[in-house]
Design a binder for this molecule. Structure first.
Ligand code: F6R
Length: 254
């Protein structure tokens, strides 16, 4: 990877995780190298995308790369999750986020943008079927919740879980209330999310973490036991994970 700060490798030889620690404010600027490399090598790559605050700078940096000649418009995008219960044209739903923040700036047409939706097992199965039909995810971008969630796989999620409807943890709803004018009651109680097993099927995973609020979760995910209580710890079982984390998020790592 170019442009990265010196990398450290926690538990080297024991997991497939490589940690890249970067100064605060530099997560997106460093992560873009990793994604741009994949896209340059495979313009038709299937990119798994997280929503939320952490990857915003990465997506903006990727769009800037496009204006400098990186071909991004042949990619397919697959989102991790979506709220249940917001109206179709609600600006806070993740389909809107993915279209506005990623697909449009990268020139990716709607028919290659896949966001889970619906409320039934059949909807979830159809989404899984869709991912299989496109040959799987080449590179999955993830954020991490304060409670260690990935996607909306909250504490207690099974390692083998697939796309399904879940209830959102109180910690998650409080964290996301900032996108609902601070009104906790307005934050949906349920979501449809890729499962842990679905996420681990991706060929490569790029986990981004920024801020002091993620430090405990990151420590537990990288150095704690693999446990349902910290769904991000399941990443220790994946052979090809890069974690890009800022100094604040690394505060509790040795
Ligand atoms: C979003 C998602 C979540 C977020 C996580 C961190 O699609 O699946 O797991 O990645 O909640 O969110 P931010 O980046 O807003 O702190």
């Amino acid at each position: 990877m170019t442009g990265a700060s010196p990398a450290t490798a926690p538990r080297a030889g024991r997991t497939g995780i490589r940690l890249v620690r970067v100064p605060n404010g530099r997560v997106g600027a460093v992560a873009v190298h990793e994604v741009a490399e994949t896209v340059a090598d495979h313009p038709r790559a299937v990119l798994g995308v997280a929503t939320g605050s952490t990857p915003l700078e990465l997506y903006a940096a990727l769009a800037r790369r496009r204006t400098h000649g990186l071909r991004t418009d042949a990619m397919t995008l697959v989102a991790l999750d979506e709220y249940v219960g917001l109206g179709g044209d609600d600006p806070r739903d993740y389909a809107t986020y993915v279209r506005r923040t990623i697909a449009t700036p990268l020139g990716i047409p709607d028919d290659r943008v896949h966001v889970p939706s619906g409320t039934t097992d059949a909807d979830a199965a159809a989404f899984e079927h869709g991912i299989a039909g496109m040959g799987g995810v080449d590179l999955q971008i993830l954020g991490i919740g304060r409670n260690g969630h990935i996607g909306f796989n909250e504490p207690g999620a099974d390692a083998a879980s697939r796309t399904r409807i879940v209830s959102l943890d109180e910690v998650t709803r409080r964290a996301n209330a900032e996108h609902f004018d601070g009104d906790l009651d307005a934050v949906p109680t349920h979501a449809i999310t890729q499962g842990v097993g679905t996420i681990l099927d991706a060929r490569r995973i790029l986990l981004l973490a920024a801020g002091r609020g993620k430090a405990a979760a990151l420590r537990a995910a990288l150095t704690g036991p693999v446990s349902a209580e910290v769904p991000a710890s399941y990443l220790q079982r994946h052979p090809a994970v890069v974690v890009i984390a800022d100094d604040d998020a690394c505060e509790e790592l040795e």
